[in-house]
Design a protein around this ligand. Structure first.
Ligand code: AMP
Ligand code: ZN
Length: 472
């Protein structure tokens, strides 16, 4: 079965491994979601687009995928942002949660099955911290905060490949994000301090709020089980976030937490990571406001392999748009084709390209190779179309195959959806329908010609009238 040939690069082992889910045919996948303190930038979107491609590919190969993506709606950044606005944290994050959903919809990212919010899972986090205290992996500091003792967890550092032996015993870190060199006991529960304002929970383990890492351990295990298949995020999440998730989860359950860890490389701007704190970022809305096509943003991000850094430029975005136009023009041409069948050639070309595309995608989503197969094919078929050597049936078969790939890519179907008819064309089409009903073929033909001069091609099918714009 083809689904047995998928190989994914596992950060745990730093090697490509054959992907075998715990339950046959069913993948359980957790992806770290947005921190909803502000709009996501397109660097964040690169992570979500990679995860979308992965999920769509698994679905293409016949797996059922249960996908959980959390919403980080309480952490250092969300508290700081809400306080600087002088509004309750919920009010602040709710606005950016809505914006996030709008952004992923516009980029045609499939929704996760569950989008758990950290603030809805505080009791689960408290229970997990208690368990770690009971088992002796955690301890309380002078200010009442609770820390994870990394020297107690023998596998600490296995994901980021760091040697704990070299670290200073008992050193602690309270912030959510820090460097590998600062690896030390990390915070599970932060005792309230005045900077937190009204953001706290009164719980069995004290008045305070969770650390960022315990949020993801709690929500992933709640919805996917103590051991699940895939966990994703950007490379910046590898340490400390994912390392700490492993430590907390495995120390609590005694079981392996995740089988495959996948990390996407960064989107860069002039050689630096796109990041809010560097001010070198664009949001999806910044780009659409400038007139850029969101499908081109999707294509640009997706067409570079996820483990390669990608430098964002406007030239790159323009080039992505041009490539997309080539694909859509090809699709339009296929719908117009009505030539003579040119022999077995086309069947062979189709088989070759499908095999090439699928094998490349199975190989750790090797999108560059997969797309190269598609574009070789497009060039060959375009040549045949130029010589009128593609029959209507063949063209429709090719059209269907392209749409099948597009289930994984999510770019061609979107272009179709975006096209809207101008109002006067809509009126002409309905007038033509009336004429046809009245068997007034002359008027119907006249209107068809008129639409054609407007660049709109009409087709009468068994399902009713279809239209498309002619782009040449
Ligand atoms: P955040 O909203 O900061 O919690 O991040 C959401 C996701 O975006 C995480 O998976 C990050 O690792 C990822 N991410 C952040 N910046 C970038 C970037 N410049 N390129 C690619 N992924 C990123
Ligand atoms: Zn996370």
């Amino acid at each position: 079965m083809s689904s047995e040939n998928i190989h994914l690069f596992n950060t745990l082992t730093r090697s490509k491994e054959r992907f075998v889910p715990i339950e046959k045919g069913h993948v359980r996948m957790y992806t770290c979601g947005p921190t909803v303190y502000d709009y996501s930038h397109i660097g964040n979107m690169r992570a979500f687009l990679f995860e979308d491609l992965l999920k769509r590919w698994l679905e293409y190969r016949g797996f059922k995928v249960t996908h959980v993506m959390n919403l980080t709606d309480v952490d250092d950044r969300t508290i700081k942002a809400a306080r600087s606005q002088g509004i309750p944290i919920k009010q602040h994050t709710e606005r950016f949660i809505q914006a996030f959903f709008e952004d992923i919809a516009i980029l045609n990212i499939e929704k996760a099955d569950i989008f758990p919010k950290a603030t809805d899972h505080i009791p689960g986090m408290v229970a997990l911290v208690k368990k770690l205290l009971d088992k002796g992996y955690a301890y309380r500091s002078e200010d009442g905060s609770i820390y994870f003792n990394i020297s107690k967890f023998k596998d600490y550092g296995k994901l980021a490949k760091i040697q704990v032996g070299k670290l200073k015993a008992g050193a602690r870190v309270k912030v959510d994000e820090y460097e590998k060199e600062q690896a030390s006991d990390f915070v599970l529960w932060k005792a309230w301090d005045p900077d937190d304002g009204d953001v706290f929970w009164e719980t069995e383990i004290g008045k305070g709020r969770p650390g960022w890492h315990i949020e993801c351990s709690t929500m992933s295990m709640k919805y996917l089980g103590e051991t699940f298949d895939i966990h994703c995020g950007g490379v910046d999440n590898l340490f400390p976030h994912h390392e700490n998730e492993i430590a907390q989860s495995e120390a609590a359950t005694g079981k392996k937490f995740v089988n495959y860890w996948l990390h996407n490389e960064h989107l860069l701007v002039e050689g630096k990571k796109m990041a809010k704190r560097l001010g070198n970022y664009f949001t999806v809305r910044d780009l659409t406001a400038k007139g850029y096509d969101p499908v081109a943003i999707r294509y640009l991000m997706m067409s570079t392999h996820y483990r390669q850094q990608l430098n964002f430029t406007f030239e790159g975005l323009d080039a992505a748009k041009k490539t997309l136009d080539r694909l859509t023009n090809f699709m339009h041409r296929l719908l117009e084709a009505n030539g003579t069948a040119g022999g077995d050639d086309i069947q062979q070309l189709m088989e070759k390209m499908q095999k090439g595309f699928e094998e490349a995608m199975d190989d750790d989503l090797n999108i560059s190779i997969a797309l190269a197969h598609v574009f070789d094919f497009v060039r060959d078929v375009n040549n045949l179309l130029d010589s009128n050597l593609v029959s209507r049936e063949q063209a429709l078969e090719i059209h269907n195959l392209m749409l099948r790939f597009d289930k994984a890519l999510g770019v061609i179907g979107e272009v179709y959806k975006e096209e809207k008819l101008p109002k006067d064309a809509e009126e002409l089409i309905s007038r033509r329908e009336e004429a046809r009903k009245a068997k007034d073929w002359k008027t119907a033909d006249q209107i068809r010609e008129q639409l054609k001069t407007m660049g709109i091609v009409i087709e009468d099918t068994a399902q009713g009238v279809r239209w498309r714009t002619e782009k040449h």
